[in-house]
Design a binder for this molecule. Structure first.
Ligand code: ITT
Length: 181
């Protein structure tokens, strides 16, 4: 069985990635030591830099996942600041910002960064389109899932099993797996 180290402090990300890769016979081992996160408007350079930094530090191949929610009416906010906003404002304050907005379209994006020691980092991007709900719904998933509406139900309502078949993370991992093979 192939093993891969996934550097993340986010339990929700870890359990999704573990589940998706287990189906491909890959064991995912969590490392929660973290990495320096560049301040960039795009997620790709953040994931690439993080993966290279940890691969060099540990001397092992590693993967990271930098992700975010991009809300069109808010010009892409919170985007690369999604973790900070989730921690400091939370879903209710994001809904408040969206109170008078008619265009509720939003994109979830996940960038998997992969790097081998002495190698150059690679990135694999996945996106899923949806809408910002009017209230938090459902108890599944994590983070922004209760306010991300996918075809009429939030990821919080749809639950992990379904989410893992259509999510931004699933799509990014599919690209990564294709490359691995
Ligand atoms: P790392 O240790 O992996 O960096 P993090 O939580 O800091 O964990 P990010 O910097 O990528 O991760 O921040 C992404 C934010 O968006 C964070 O608040 C997540 O909870 C949230 N998020 C990411 N993917 C999500 C998903 O699939 N569903 C809901 N929220 C998600």
């Amino acid at each position: 069985m192939r093993k891969i180290i996934f550097v993340t402090g986010n339990k929700g990300k870890f359990s999704e990635v573990k589940e998706i890769l287990a189906a491909k016979d890959i064991e995912v081992i969590q490392n929660s030591d973290g990495y320096p996160e560049l301040q960039e408007n795009e997620l790709e350079p953040i994931a690439a830099y993080g993966a290279k930094w940890v691969a060099e530090k540990l001397g092992m191949p590693v993967m990271v996942d930098d992700s975010g929610l991009f809300i069109k009416a808010l010009n892409g906010f919170p985007g690369p600041y999604s973790a900070f906003v989730e921690e400091n404002l939370g879903n209710k304050r994001v809904l408040k910002l969206m109170e008078d907005e008619e265009d509720r379209t939003a994109t979830f994006k996940s960038v998997i960064g992969y790097c081998e020691p002495d190698g150059e980092p690679l990135t694999f991007t996945g996106i899923v389109e949806g809408n910002i709900a009017f209230e938090e719904l459902g108890t599944g998933g994590f983070g922004y899932d209760p306010i991300f509406d996918y075809n009429g139900k939030t990821f919080g309502e749809l639950g992990d099993e379904f989410k893992n078949t259509v999510s931004h993370r699933r799509k990014a991992l599919d690209k990564f797996l294709e490359w691995l093979e």
